[in-house]
Design a protein around this ligand. Structure first.
Ligand code: NAP
Length: 514
């Protein structure tokens, strides 16, 4: 039997008593490791995190906690090669795609480590200015932000076992809040290994970081009112979480990042081959293929003026044709595998669902797999669909195929494009491409109410822009409506989730002591 990964809770390692659930190599089909979260004393473990980990973190200043994040980053950096090996084996990703997860996590840690230094030697934050409560300025109200005295539970999705942990843990630990992470079972190995390395290095106070690998059963039951819960995953699981008594009755603060029908919009007036046209085509092809399209931020709907439907179909397809698909260990391969057989089946089903209302513009089945057995490997060629009547194609606006699949949609005018984009009912990110700064700015504002982030592609930033799907810690991540209604990152804004806001009403002399 393969290794059973131990859980770390209550300041010590526990191996589950059962045989565990196996994790597989999605390209070779081999079993890699096992996980088992049964038999854990969650109540005691969570108390240890809250009382021991939380107290130790809260005793530190933001600057000191920032230094802890930097120390965590140094530990992870030392083991980076091992993380790449785990990602290749368990996520089936090529090196560049593993980097989005592993180095993306390290970068995010670094940004929050620096933020800690700028917040300085204090243990709470002042929120806004004091406001007079009476004619006499002597009695005023001052809002403060203090770390919550609970723990932060992260229930994460399979696609970012590294970044998904650190993009949340960095602001939590910086805020003084201990972390318990439950990675998605399919790719739990990388998360577990990273936590193990950090624990072994002894750089964090006991109880500050714990990991539970396996089923989520019982985790929400163990939450208390001052805990916070951050969930990333499907809308179906999100609905279960929202209705759990921990959230519905005990008011556990919850942040949800769910699925999203992200768009890319080419503004009117761009000829085929113009810089903006090419920027969009390149971005769509990249977003479809990075991590085999298993990114919550990936472009799913591509909107172009009606007369650009044919030229854009050809431009994107030309790029997709060059994508070699197969075993990520082969240097000629650009796109690896989906995460497991279940995802492969889900992508096939989703594609069939969309095809009832769409045509195939580039068929992923034309990609012969390199160094991989099609009967075993969970590889899926990039597939571009098109819906000539986008108003009637309701499935395209509703069904997220979590793989290398996107649909091209022709629009009549900008009002029509916006109407179609809004049928996604709130998304994480939209890209808009064009060359007129005023038109791009106006489009960005039109998109802002329904998107957590708007990525603008113009020729002047062709070589500079950070990519539609790359989540930068400086920018907000999350989206309204269907995207879950959550907010993460956004620089210092991320700390709000882990702090409690309180209004202190007092004399000016007292407020001076805050
Ligand atoms: P999922 O099935 O919802 O699983 C997500 C997490 O929830 C996993 O850790 C899973 O554990 C856990 N879980 C399952 N049932 C649960 C329950 N009843 N109570 C509590 N936790 C439970 O989602 P997925 O298939 O892993 O992820 C793909 C989806 O995530 C896509 O739809 C994608 O759009 C979305 N996503 C969104 C973002 C974002 O930032 N918005 C980022 C990445 C992915 P097990 O693995 O052990 O079942």
């Amino acid at each position: 039997m393969t290794t059973l990964l131990p859980n770390f809770l209550g300041g010590r390692w526990h191996s589950g008593p059962g045989a565990g659930t196996p994790l597989f190599d999605p390209v070779l089909g081999d079993e890699l490791v096992r996980v088992d979260a049964t038999g854990l004393d969650l109540a005691t473990g969570f108390d240890f995190a809250r009382n021991t980990g939380g107290a130790a973190l809260r005793a530190l200043t933001y600057r000191e906690r920032g230094a802890l994040l930097a120390a965590v980053g140094e530990v992870l950096q030392k083991h980076r090669d091992a993380y790449y090996a785990i990602a290749t084996a368990n996520s089936g990703t090529v090196k560049n795609d593993s980097a989005v997860d592993i180095d993306g996590g390290l970068y995010t840690l670094g940004v929050y480590a620096k933020l800690g230094a700028t917040l300085g030697d204090r243990r709470h934050l002042i929120d806004g200015d004091a406001a007079r409560l009476a004619k006499d300025p002597l009695f005023q109200s001052q809002h403060v932000l203090v770390p919550t005295r609970g723990l932060a539970l992260f229930i994460n999705a399979f696609n970012f076992p590294s970044w998904g942990l650190w993009e949340k843990a960095a602001p939590a630990l910086l805020s003084g809040v201990p972390v318990v992470v439950k990675p998605a079972t399919a790719t739990a190995w990388l998360t577990q290994q990273m936590v193990q390395d950090v624990v072994d290095a002894g750089v964090l106070p006991p109880g500050a970081l714990s990991v539970v690998c396996g089923s989520a059963a019982g985790l929400l039951d163990a939450l208390q009112p001052f805990d916070v819960l951050s969930f990333t995953g499907s809308a179906d699981t999100a609905a279960v979480i929202r209705s759990h008594p921990a959230v519905a009755q005990r008011s556990v603060r919850v942040n949800i990042e769910a699925d999203s029908l992200n768009s890319a919009w080419l503004l009117p007036g761009e000829a085929p081959g113009s810089e903006a046209f090419d920027l969009l085509a390149k971005e769509v092809a990249r977003e479809m293929t990075v991590k085999s399209g298993q990114k919550c931020t990936a472009i799913r709907r591509v909107l172009v003026p009606q007369d650009m439907y044919g030229p854009m179909a050809e431009a994107i397809s030309a790029r997709l044709r060059k994508t070699t698909v197969g075993n990520p260990r082969n240097d000629s391969v650009r796109m690896g595998a989906l995460v497991n057989r279940a995802q492969l089946a889900a992508v096939r089903d989703g594609l069939a669902h969309l095809l009832a209302q769409a045509e195939t513009l580039h068929d992923g089945a034309t990609h012969a797999l390199v160094d991989a057995d099609p009967a075993v490997a969970c590889c899926f060629g990039p597939t571009l669909l098109g819906a000539r009547d986008p108003d009637a194609a309701d499935r395209v606006h509703d069904c997220e195929v979590f793989g290398p699949v996107a649909t091209l949609l022709p629009y009549r005018d900008s009002a029509h494009a916006l109407q179609l984009i809004r049928r996604g009912q709130g998304s994480l990110v939209a890209s808009v491409a064009g060359s007129d700064p005023a038109a791009l700015a106006a489009a960005a504002l039109e998109l802002a109410d329904s998107h957590g982030r708007v990525h603008v592609l113009s020729p002047d930033v062709a070589a500079l822009h950070t990519g539609h799907g790359n989540v930068m810690p400086q920018s907000l991540h999350g989206g309204p409506g269907r995207a879950g209604g959550g907010e993460e990152l956004g620089g210092a804004r991320a700390l709000n989730f882990y702090h409690r806001r309180s209004a202190v009403q007092a004399s000016t002399a007292v407020l001076a002591g805050l």
